[in-house]
Design a binder for this molecule. Sequence first.
Ligand SMILES: Nc1ncnc2c1ncn2[C@@H]1O[C@H](COP(=O)(O)OP(=O)(O)OP(=O)(O)O)[C@@H](O)[C@H]1O
Ligand SMILES: [Mg+2]
Length: 313
Amino acid sequence: MLEKVCVALGGNAILKYTDRGTAEEQFENVRRTAKYLVRMIKEGYKIIITHGNGPQIGDILIRNERCADILPPMTLDVLGAESQGMIGYMIQQAMWNELRREGLNIPVITFVTQVLVDKNDPAFGNPEKFVGPFYTHWEAEKLMDERGWILRDDAGRGFRRVVPSPKPKSIVEIDTIKRLYGEGVVVIAAGGGGIPVFEKEDGSLQGVEAVIDKDLTGERLATSIGAETFLILTNIEGVAINFRKPNQKFLKEMSIVQAREYLEQGQFERGSMKPKIEAAMKFVTNGGKKVIISLLELGEKALKGEAGTLIHV
Ligand SMILES: Nc1ncnc2c1ncn2[C@@H]1O[C@H](COP(=O)(O)OP(=O)(O)OP(=O)(O)O)[C@@H](O)[C@H]1O
Ligand SMILES: [Mg+2]
């Protein structure tokens, strides 16, 4: 049996902060990423792919807002779907091309994926995830008034919209995802943490203006498909303790007991490493074998235990 691996791609696999953000740059990054992923497939790993959308949804929000005087702005859930489609398309095409270059006739498909959240999730009462562009204080007040948004000062850099970040409960399309994955299709799903939806009393689904953490949704995906390994590919070689201090030390491995200790010591930054560790602990607790957090470029080595940080029971 092939080893099942859920691969979570960080934003930099698609768009680096230093990039200008052109389509060509994003295609170029995705092409490079596709090469690593296809090598994994050739080595016998059965992969499913998920990805972040931070920089892209930021750009989409600017396009949306700048056009607000001539076209009706869309809600964040709709824009999330847009980002899944655009990033999914790039990965899907790059994977298709790379697979065929390697003589592998494997189909590739992207799912527009909805993720169920709890309407009573405490996050809804405490929006704290910054999204989109910066505004002046004056603009911020106008937006709060006219659009009912909540805007806050983001580390003194200006005002930004904040939205809730509820916990993912389950992936709505999971049965179909599993079916195609089971048939050997390369599936790209739950991009950007998925489109947050909640279930109404009559059982119907409704989108909500929120952002779900992509690593936590990645755990839901990895667990649901019964992956042995959850591979989180990011822009740093692994997990460090005493991060950015003179005594910083990258860890080769840690148990979830150690992870909890470090978490309690505040070793992992909120919004970046912390959700990865939380997702890792959940995955292993839910029966997954191992989580590896590694630099994108070292993903294959990391799968063999030669790079990254391994998190286990
Ligand atoms: N203890 C730690 N060890 C290693 N990195 C840490 C630690 N604490 C915080 N970080 C930060 O976590 C970052 C990786 O998480 P980040 O959320 O930026 O990337 P990502 O999830 O791969 O991509 P994105 O969120 O853009 O989709 C690193 O670049 C590093 O700055
Ligand atoms: Mg992140």
